[in-house]
Design a binder for this molecule. Sequence first.
Ligand SMILES: Cc1cc2nc3c(=O)[nH]c(=O)nc-3n(C[C@H](O)[C@H](O)[C@H](O)COP(=O)(O)OP(=O)(O)OC[C@H]3O[C@@H](n4cnc5c(N)ncnc54)[C@H](O)[C@@H]3O)c2cc1C
Length: 369
Amino acid sequence: MSRKIAIIGGGWYGCHIASSLMSLGFSVRLFEQNERLLHEASGNNQFRLHLGFHYPRHATTRIQSRDGFSRFIERYGDLSRPIDQNIYAVPRWTSLLDFDTYKLIMTSTGIPYKTIDRCGVDLREVEGMILTEERVILIERARHYFAAHLRHALSLSVKIDAVEQTDNFVLVNGERFDYLIDATWGHFTPVPLKTFFEPTLLLYFEGAPNLPAVTFVDGPLYSIYPTEEAGVYTLSSVPHTPLGRYASSAEACAARDAIDSEVINAKLRLMVDQACENVAYFRDHYRFLGPQISIKTKPIGGSDDRSCYVGRQGRIFSVMSGKIDTIFFATERILNMMEADGDGAAPEIPSSLLANIRTKAAQVGLDVG
Ligand SMILES: Cc1cc2nc3c(=O)[nH]c(=O)nc-3n(C[C@H](O)[C@H](O)[C@H](O)COP(=O)(O)OP(=O)(O)OC[C@H]3O[C@@H](n4cnc5c(N)ncnc54)[C@H](O)[C@@H]3O)c2cc1C
């Protein structure tokens, strides 16, 4: 019998889980409060398809990224594209790790890279650099893909305020479902981890179309990454991108909505000054275009855990998103937990092992008494 599943949240997680469950024959309804899909964090981020290079301090995140990267390309081949020159650099004075340790961690995780001595642009105070194959996610294509693919399952512009669950079903928007998947990144029900909400500010810049992606690791550093639009880049900074730390979604949304030009201009100065520490050409080659404002749900702790978790309370699953490349792990965990529910208690089945052994022994002429 096909199970009926409700999903709240039309970000990367909700869309991918909906699409996967539909392919398996589940009946799915996806509720999204905005008019379009991928409108919140999923449409406002650095659009990097991670391979693990950003996370030298967290093994599970690296492993999920490494595996999720190839699965993403296999499943969503034309929703990302390669980048001509994608550099990770370890700065001499400000990194928490030295270059050899950084490389050792990546090598031991089985993530491929190439060490380079120079890169054609003027990077200062850098201890070492590698070239990587990380890609850029094509967000508009992704939005179109899911809008078309999920069209019969979508309830857009519907905000879910409350749900009810019994032992046998969950009531969402007046309709009965076998299960509910909360893919709101913790904005509806709590995720299975200690987290906080962090409003964020990335900055968009215009530059020549062939400038490299440059990411400085590891620690309170920054990165410049291309977008799907030729010549448009994001600048993200570990110390300056966060705009506060809030315990509830409502407080974080209110802080996000209060961001004004004064805050953005102050952050712009700080982020450009930081970029100029290592990217000598930054002021001459990039022109500020505008802000990108979003909210991140972050685990508490300094290890930079960005792996994916799924929690469960009765018939409600709550998904703690990792990065976009880790969507696959959420679907698998949810399916495992649903399958483990089965159709009731397993019947008593007596073992036939001894009878089988005796039969085989007799067949080969053994007399074992
Ligand atoms: C600044 C920044 C940079 C990032 N850079 C990268 C990067 O380069 N690469 C990468 O892989 N990841 C990056 N991330 C992380 C990535 O954006 C998230 O992991 C991912 O988008 C989370 O997807 P999601 O579907 O869980 O959440 P979301 O995209 O936030 O989707 C949740 C959806 O739920 C909806 N919703 C919430 N409450 C309700 C309700 N009550 N009723 C109906 N709908 C509701 C929301 O409207 C939203 O559309 C970045 C994040 C930020 C903030």
